[in-house]
Design a protein around this ligand. Structure first.
Ligand code: 13P
Length: 340
């Protein structure tokens, strides 16, 4: 099998998913502010070390997405993080986009930057141990959004990134995130998500990207977080699957959802409900940031004596999401674990 396809398949191996630990400096500062911890380089390093050294997490976690600073950092014993992950059978990945910037001549839409010099950066990241990469585009939902202009410019950039990754021997995770803030309905979310995916797969195809050596990291189709009558778990699962069946080629090796501000338990329940309706043409898995880390971050609170409690919290979420990979998760499993 082609090396890229092998890596893509390993990232969505049975019962496993991805930890997104690639928060940029600005985002990790926000996360640390929420627990009143100063965002210094060493605090960031200590926090990531706690996650990466959690005993047994490798049974549920196939890969970790790192940030530029993190891929160059080491554990307290001097082992570089990519080496540490590899030694546990976890594949190191790297966020390579340089953030969403205002898209010229639009009303607050964004275009993700980072293509200039990308070929050289990818070569360096591969040298540092990365075997896959991530690029995130963002879109919002409103009467006139996402615009065709925003959908196509981001799709073009995502495909240029994906082609460069494959040339460099890295699996591209293609992440078009339709933000679920606001008061939109489930139907509006489905329409926006479908529109965006259609543009993304047209560009990926036209730019010769080998679908089997890619993963898609999409939002789930949700009612807006501020909507008054929000869709339940089954409706979300059905609406999300319906959009993917229409717009994602079966050759794509896996769909690894982002959590995007859902509560950790909602993110698990939604993934579970989709897998319970399987089998599907693609593996349906997770690449969560907040939904894997939130309880661990809170339990840690920046205190060395709380590292073990934080690791237990992270391990638990990884295990619950692993159960959701097979449709075997039940909310009671949360309580059972809490009483052990
Ligand atoms: P969330 O799961 O917190 O949305 O983060 C995933 C991610 O990598 C966003 O780019």
């Amino acid at each position: 099998m082609h090396e890229l396809e092998k890596t893509a398949k390993a990232l969505v191996a049975e019962g496993k998913g991805i930890l997104a630990a690639d928060e940029s400096d600005g985002t990790i500062k926000k996360r640390f502010d929420s627990i009143e911890v100063e965002s210094t380089e060493d605090n960031r390093r200590a926090y990531r070390e706690l996650l990466f050294t959690t005993e047994g997490a490798e049974d549920y976690i196939s890969g970790v997405i790192l940030y530029d600073e993190t891929i160059r950092q080491s554990a307290s014993d001097g082992t570089p993080f990519p080496k540490l992950l590899e030694s546990r059978g976890v594949i190191p990945g790297i966020k390579v986009d340089q953030g969403a910037k205002p898209l010229a001549l639009t009303d607050d839409e964004t275009i993700t930057e980072g293509l200039d010099g990308l070929r050289d950066r990818l070569a360096e990241y591969r040298e540092l141990g990365a075997r896959f990469a991530k690029w995130r585009a963002t879109y919002s939902i409103a009467a006139d959004k996402p615009s065709e202009y925003c959908a196509w410019t981001n799709a073009h950039a995502l495909a240029r990134y994906a082609a460069l990754c494959q040339e460099a021997g890295l699996v591209p995770i293609v992440e078009p995130e339709v933000l679920q803030d606001g008061t939109h309905t489930l139907e509006q979310s489905a329409k926006a998500t479908g529109r965006v995916l259609q543009a993304v797969y047209t560009e990926l195809h036209d730019q010769r990207v080998h679908f089997r050596g890619t993963l898609l990291k999409p939002n789930m189709v949700l009612s807006g977080y501020e909507a008054s009558d929000r869709a339940g778990v089954d409706e979300v699962a059905e609406a999300t699957l319906d959009v993917f069946y229409k717009h994602v080629p079966a050759a794509v090796s896996g769909i690894v959802f982002l959590s995007g501000g859902q509560s950790d338990e909602d993110a698990t329940a939604h993934l579970n409900a989709m897998n319970a309706r399987g089998p599907h043409p693609w593996q349906l898995s997770f690449s969560y940031g907040r939904a894997l880390q939130a309880p661990a971050l809170k339990a840690w609170g920046g205190k060395p004596e709380s590292v073990e409690a934080a690791q237990r919290a992270y391990y638990h979420r990884a295990k619950m999401n692993s159960a959701a990979r097979t449709g075997m998760y039940a909310p009671e499993m949360e309580r059972e674990a809490a009483t052990v």
